[in-house]
Design a protein around this ligand. Structure first.
Ligand SMILES: CC(C)(COP(=O)(O)OP(=O)(O)OC[C@H]1O[C@@H](n2cnc3c(N)ncnc32)[C@H](O)[C@@H]1OP(=O)(O)O)[C@@H](O)C(=O)NCCC(=O)NCCS
Length: 179
């Protein structure tokens, strides 16, 4: 899923890169270290831990990739965020992410979404996710990143967010007639 992105973060920088299979335990421990409130938001109130076996599936599976956000210099970096993207057979990519509590509100979520969308674009026409209706920070991030939001069909507690990953050719756009 490509090379690392280097993103300015305050006086330092952030590296966003795919996790290697042997790093799967890092994903599980990042999730386990989130506050209960962040885990509730990340997993929409459902299962809120990732086992090492599940982490390995997310990191090394065929139709899925996992990104890590690493803060600090080479060799001394600390994992401060994760994002998962799963490809469906319908040309859509589903995503979810989390940022370590102490690192939230500094632009890491925004950088993860941008990196994930760019990496998903060659394989999917649309990216989508679900967010708890009360998750104002994630909804603000999604709106700024160009996602449309609507009520989820599966659960009224959730907001469905989506964004095309490729420009729709003019010939395929729906026609709107003036009234
Ligand atoms: C949601 C989450 C991923 C966002 O990551 P983050 O690094 O904290 O977010 P950012 O710093 O990139 O900020 C994103 C936007 O939130 C907005 N924001 C920040 N604080 C906010 C607040 N208290 N209320 C509303 N909006 C807020 C800002 O507008 C910001 O947009 P901008 O950078 O364009 O100004 C992170 O807070 C998190 O891990 N939360 C718990 C798990 C979760 O909710 N995951 C999403 C489920 S899909």
């Amino acid at each position: 899923m490509g090379a690392a992105d280097h993103v300015a973060l305050g006086a330092g920088f952030l590296i966003i890169r795919p996790l290697a299979a042997e790093e799967a335990p890092l994903l599980a421990s990042h999730v386990a270290a989130l506050s209960p409130a962040s885990r509730h938001s990340r997993f929409l109130g459902g299962v809120n831990l990732i086992s090492e076996a599940e982490a390995l599936r997310l990191v090394a599976g065929r139709d899925v990739f996992a990104l890590a956000a690493i803060a600090g210099g080479p060799g001394e970096g600390v994992m401060v965020g994760e994002a998962i993207c799963a490809f469906g057979s319908d040309g859509r990519a589903e995503f979810a992410l989390s940022v370590a509590d102490a690192w939230q509100g500094r632009g890491i979520g925004r950088a993860l979404v941008a990196s994930l969308a760019r990496r998903a674009a060659p394989r999917a026409a649309l990216i989508h996710g679900e967010v708890l209706a009360g998750n104002r920070r994630m909804l603000a991030l999604a709106a700024r990143a160009g996602f449309a939001a609507g009520v989820s069909r599966s659960d009224p507690r959730l907001v469905a967010i989506s964004r095309p990953l490729r420009p729709v050719p003019a010939a395929c756009r729906p026609l709107h007639r003036a009234a």
